[in-house]
Design a protein around this ligand. Sequence first.
Ligand SMILES: [Zn+2]
Length: 79
Amino acid sequence: MDLSLADFVVLVVLGSSLLVLMFTAISRSLHARAEARSAASRVICRLCLHAFEDHGHGKLVDCPQCGTANERGRSRRLG
Ligand SMILES: [Zn+2]
C-alpha cells in the first residue's frame, strides 16, 4: 500500500475528527442522562417555591428553607 504524506494527513484529520465526534456524542448523552436524573430529583417547594434537589427515596421531602413537606414528583413537569 502506497501511502503518501498527503494521504496520511487526510487519514489523521479524518480519524481525529471522528474521535471528536464520538467524544462529543458520548459526553452529550452522558450530560443528558445526568440532566434527566437531576430533574427527577428536583423538588420545588409548594409553599415558598424554593427549588432544591433531594436524592432520597421517601415520598415526602422536607423543604430546607421552610420545612414544609413536599410530595416528590409533583413538580417534574415544570422542569
Ligand atoms: Zn419551602
